[in-house]
Design a protein around this ligand. Structure first.
Ligand SMILES: Cc1cc2nc3c(=O)[nH]c(=O)nc-3n(C[C@H](O)[C@H](O)[C@H](O)COP(=O)(O)OP(=O)(O)OC[C@H]3O[C@@H](n4cnc5c(N)ncnc54)[C@H](O)[C@@H]3O)c2cc1C
Length: 318
């Protein structure tokens, strides 16, 4: 039995979601004493230090950025190394690869899980569906799952280092390329410290610019409710909630967001929740730490105007 965690990186550093996927895999290792291998398609600085998170080996295989190629390489690796469980992070890429790999190796697949364990001789995954916790039992020989962000405690073990292999030939269609690294400073929604979320109350796609502007002024990322995404107010990758991204910011500001149970599930670990809404009975208003009970088209422009005045004042002082 071997667990494979397919890691995702940014500027040669493992993303937090991948550290969480390794921690989820480590649970199975503790339960079965099996091996844990981490596979990455980009070099990881200090890859050997992943031993401290429970990895027994790290394999780095630099290749073209192409989902089908990644999926072929992972599938070949699964057969070659007799992998029994493959874990990805619940990102757009992770969910995409999980579906492709499961199809290629004939595995069962579960998306957006909060845990995976080896119980009574089989892998079991748990995921939240609305406010229910569903258990998924795999009866396939190979199980594939994606792990939702902000669901795992990252554990550190006594073992400090592990071997790192650089492989150029894991897949039949493999071509190694030298990639130019770009420095991306913008954080993604799951790792953002400040999130400004627009709901259906935004009404028109053009109005969403105001939400973006507020986020920009306070150094945050923009998110949206499922309904806002469905009616085309915002992109799918901004969808927050039980069926979208689970976020964990220091500050969440919901603008024209009603606060359905599914949406609250995705924001409940936020340190401070602010609601800007004109309806005192909206569930987000009831659940927020701070409420601005007013029309957001009056509130948001005046916050932005105050922030701009403050910026101008600071500039003229220097
Ligand atoms: C299986 C399933 C999964 C789901 N998963 C998710 C999920 O992951 N995430 C998610 O978000 N939803 C999810 N939903 C949908 C969810 O049930 C709600 O329908 C949705 O969250 C409502 O979105 P909303 O708050 O943007 O819109 P609405 O419910 O229409 O609320 C709009 C709010 O804007 C306020 N408003 C309007 N105009 C203004 C204004 N000018 N100023 C201030 N306030 C204003 C209103 O008072 C209201 O509170 C799911 C539903 C199902 C069935």
């Amino acid at each position: 039995m071997t667990v494979l965690v397919v890691a995702q990186t940014e500027n040669n550093k493992l993303k937090k979601v991948s550290l969480e996927a390794i921690s989820a895999g480590r649970n199975i290792v503790e339960e079965t004493k099996c091996r844990l291998i981490v596979l990455s398609f980009e070099t990881i600085s200090n890859a050997e230090s992943l031993g401290a998170l429970g990895a027994q080996k790290v394999v780095i295989c630099e290749t073209d950025n192409n989902s089908e190629q990644y999926a072929n390489i992972i599938s070949n690796f699964v057969s070659k190394e007799h992998i029994t469980t493959v874990l990805f992070s619940s990102t757009s890429l992770g969910n995409d690869l999980a579906a492709r790999v499961a199809g290629k190796v004939g595995a069962g697949v579960a998306f957006n899980c909060v845990s995976v364990d080896f119980i009574e001789g089989m892998i079991q995954a748990k995921k939240t569906v609305s406010n229910l916790l569903a258990t998924i039992e795999f009866n396939s020989l190979i199980s594939v799952a994606t792990i939702s962000p902000n669901t795992q405690k990252i554990k550190i073990f006594k073992r400090k280092t592990c071997p790192v292999e650089f492989s150029e030939n894991l897949g039949s269609v493999l071509k190694t390329v030298v990639k130019e690294r770009t420095s991306v400073t913008k954080k993604n929604l799951e790792n953002a410290e400040i999130v400004v979320c627009g709901g259906y109350g935004v009404k028109e796609p053009g109005n969403f610019k105001m939400i973006d502007l507020l986020a920009e002024h306070i150094g945050g990322e923009t998110g949206a409710t499922k309904t806002a995404v469905e009616v085309g107010l915002a992109d799918e990758n901004k969808h927050i909630g039980a069926s979208g991204k689970l976020i964990n910011p220091l500050l969440y500001i919901g603008c024209g967001v009603n606060g359905s149970r599914e949406h609250l599930d995705g924001i409940k670990t936020s340190r401070v929740i602010v609601a800007i809404n004109k309806n005192p009975d909206a569930p987000l208003v009831q659940n927020a730490d701070y409420v601005i009970l007013d029309d957001m088209w009056r509130v948001i422009p005046s916050i932005i105007s105050e922030l701009e005045k403050e910026k101008f004042r600071k500039k003229s002082e220097n």
